[in-house]
Design a protein around this ligand. Structure first.
Ligand code: BG6
Length: 484
């Protein structure tokens, strides 16, 4: 099957850091279908050779094991071409059209990795140039809009040009191996399903912590913040994967219907819960991995009096038969104590205690997304040192490390998702109604913050965020997993 992958934003940060390395990995693994072309699109005046050289140079910042050797790069580079375009100019789309017409590929992927303000323009222009053929798929990167209204406006324009089945809204968290394994754990094994409900689960914690700050994206981040950047999409998609009902089959719409139901069941915000159950923070200076780092307000492109949040912790509930009353805590932030993304499922304690035990760490399932990718089951057991007092149990852990189990050459998130687009598999992409529902749910928080002059609470870089985040969860009698 031949394909043309047109990469709008072909000289942008995402292309260098994620997309090209992912395409190269697919090429190296032999999973990229043969007979493909990757056509970078950008404003610069570059020849194909110059574009290839730039990509070659950028591979120097990719981790060593994922860098091509000279021979590999030469073969990969043969797939790469470049088209200079001003995305607002109709004539430039005619040139693209001529290029695509040189060979009628079976599948054409239009990957729009540009600023969201250009999504509608690009799609309209593609249609005017006759480039929205049935063989075409369009990939839209997040953030898809800034709020519900702008998200809807983008979706409406794109849907006038492409059928929903041609639209691949990417959330790279869905491509992470741990998320596939969460689906496998829940719907491929019968063991946990009877326990996966309010009768047995005390609370669920979703943490996406980063050590990185805003890097060179200060200006973008300043108008975005953690709620839009991470919660509206990645964290809510994880919550859906944990909370959804088993789909009737593995088709894309069956899965997306169930995720949508979760989003629709999220407890609506009230003036009280907006104050008590949502904590926003912003990093001040501190220490990460032994080195001092600057405060967010000192980053390039950031307002020195900024109120943009770099941390969010919140509490919500899924108001349905399975989950009523179970708190779901979400926490994400930059410049936190470690790079750590995981979902912690805390089961209820035994109804009656006959042993002395340290309950804190037990009765818990941890789904690790990164840096490790695996499952931990925390139980209580009799340790060998318990000769004197057999009534005392100690925490132990069953540990499944997927990288060790399946080898380190596993398929990365973008690699997996790019191959899914080329093959036309929509399961791991977000439907417009899911996305709109997620915006509808976060919007009251945005409005509340807009009217609240206090701004975010400061936290030291290298910590776990403002102490109010621990106080919020302590009100329910629980604590974050690392505090237990
Ligand atoms: C992106 C956000 O969607 O996800 C970034 O825009 C964030 O701010 C990144 O750093 C995190 O992704 P990952 O895969 O490194 O956890």
């Amino acid at each position: 099957m031949s394909f043309d992958l047109v990469l709008f934003g072909g000289t942008g940060d995402l292309a260098w850091r994620k997309l090209m390395p992912a395409l190269f990995q697919a090429f190296r693994h032999g999973t990229l279908p043969e007979g493909g072309r990757i056509i970078g699109v950008g404003r610069d005046d570059l020849s194909d050779v110059q574009y290839r050289d730039q990509i070659h140079l950028r591979f120097d910042s990719v981790e060593l094991a994922k860098r091509p050797n000279t021979e590999e790069f030469t073969r990969f580079a043969a797939l790469l071409e470049f088209v200079q375009m001003d995305l607002t100019q109709p004539d430039d789309y005619t040139r693209l059209s001529t290029k695509l017409a040189q060979r009628q590929a079976d599948t054409v992927v239009m990957y729009v990795a540009t600023a969201p303000s250009l999504f509608a323009t690009v799609c309209e222009q593609l249609a005017s140039a006759g480039l929205n053929t049935p063989q075409t798929r369009v990939v839209l990167e997040k953030p898809l809009g800034h709020d519900l209204a702008s998200n809807r406006a983008i979706n409406e324009t794109v849907r006038q040009v492409f059928d929903e089945k041609q639209i691949f809204r990417i959330d790279h968290y869905l491509g992470k191996p741990a998320v596939q394994n969460l689906f496998a754990l829940r719907f491929g094994n019968a063991l946990f399903e009877p326990l996966w409900r309010r009768e047995h689960i005390a609370n669920i914690q979703i943490t996406i912590a980063e050590e990185l700050g805003v890097e060179n994206r200060g200006a973008f981040y300043e108008t975005t913040g953690a709620l839009r950047d991470m919660v509206q999409n990645h964290a809510l998609q994880l919550l859906c994967a944990i909370g959804m009902e088993p789909p009737i089959n593995s088709h894309a719409d069956a899965i997306r219907d169930e995720k949508l139901k979760v989003l629709r069941s999220l407890k609506p915000w009230t003036p009280e819960t907006l104050v008590q159950d949502v904590i926003r923070g912003q990093y001040s200076s501190g220490t990460i991995a032994g080195s001092p780092v600057a405060a967010y307000r000192e980053e390039a492109g950031v307002n020195p009096h900024s109120h943009t949040e770099t941390f969010v912790a919140l509490r919500t509930e899924i108001s349905n038969w399975r989950w009523a009353g179970v708190p779901f805590y979400i926490r994400t932030g930059k410049r936190l104590a470690g790079r750590d993304a995981r979902i912690v499922v805390n089961f209820r304690p035994t109804p009656h205690a006959i042993f002395n035990s340290q309950m804190g760490m037990a009765n818990r399932l941890v789904i690790n997304l990164q840096p490790r990718d695996g499952l931990e089951l925390h139980l209580l057991a009799q340790g060998q040192n318990n000769r004197r007092n057999s009534q005392t149990l100690s925490p132990v852990q069953l540990d499944l490390d997927f990288d060790k189990r399946f080898g380190s050459e596993r398929v990365g998130a973008y690699e997996r998702l790019l191959l899914d687009v080329i093959d036309g598999r929509l399961n791991l992409f977000v439907r417009s109604d899911e996305q709109e529902e997620a915006w509808r749910w976060v919007e009251p928080i945005l409005d509340h913050w807009h009217n609240d002059t206090h701004g975010p609470r400061l936290y030291a870089a290298g910590s776990w965020g403002p102490s109010a985040s621990s106080a919020m969860i302590a009100r329910d009698g629980f604590c974050w997993a690392e505090e237990s």
